[in-house]
Design a protein around this ligand. Sequence first.
Ligand SMILES: [Zn+2]
Length: 252
Amino acid sequence: MKIMLDAGHYGQRNRSPVTPEYYESVAMWRLCEYLSDALARYGFTVGRTREEQETDLAVTARGRKAAGYDLFISLHSNAANSESVDRVDVYGPIDMNGRVYELGSVLINAVSELMGVSKGSVKTRRSSSGDDEYYGVLRGARSVGCGAYYIIEHSFHTNRNASLWLLDDANLRALAEVEAAVIASFYGMVDGFEPGDVDMNGRLDSVDVMLIKRAYFGTLTLSDAQKRLADIDNSGNIDIFDYLLAKRKYFE
Ligand SMILES: [Zn+2]
């Protein structure tokens, strides 16, 4: 299970008009580092769109780094004309299915609760032509066939409380832990392994497909952790559907 993280802007970009010490680019870079560490601890393979805080990369090029990744997340705080605007929004794929919407939704709930701001909503934004993403990073991720890509807007740095909150390093660490926990639970990671990785070697391969088939036929007894990993659809038992899901995931 591979996740590509994008820290958004580079250098000192998007200064808060109400909290002069706050730059969106600096805070989101820190959050990206913490989130990268937290996700790795859960067993995800984590990539980053940029190596250095000071070096820019064009938006679509950052999005294209999602090639071969299961999930792409671009980290931001938003800006509004009115200081009172204070909520967490997530932008997802223009043609997202229910499950991709659901991940956006659980992220909004967790982040808004931690930040103590209103829940925004899972939004989409189409390009003027109507058949592509409006945002360059998302357009890039879409162009390389990544199935789940998001922009998370961690409230608004035009709001005083939100910008002060994001300036606090302890809050950024907490944010990273909460986001990583939500993502790990959403993907059903067990002890750092993705669903289906029954032999716990870090990837779902033909051996796992065979083990799930044998567990389903009752010719193999699995440990409790292995049972949870084999029960890919979370139905409570290992059945033909888990075997078919494992096969599909393996051949993807
Ligand atoms: Zn931004």
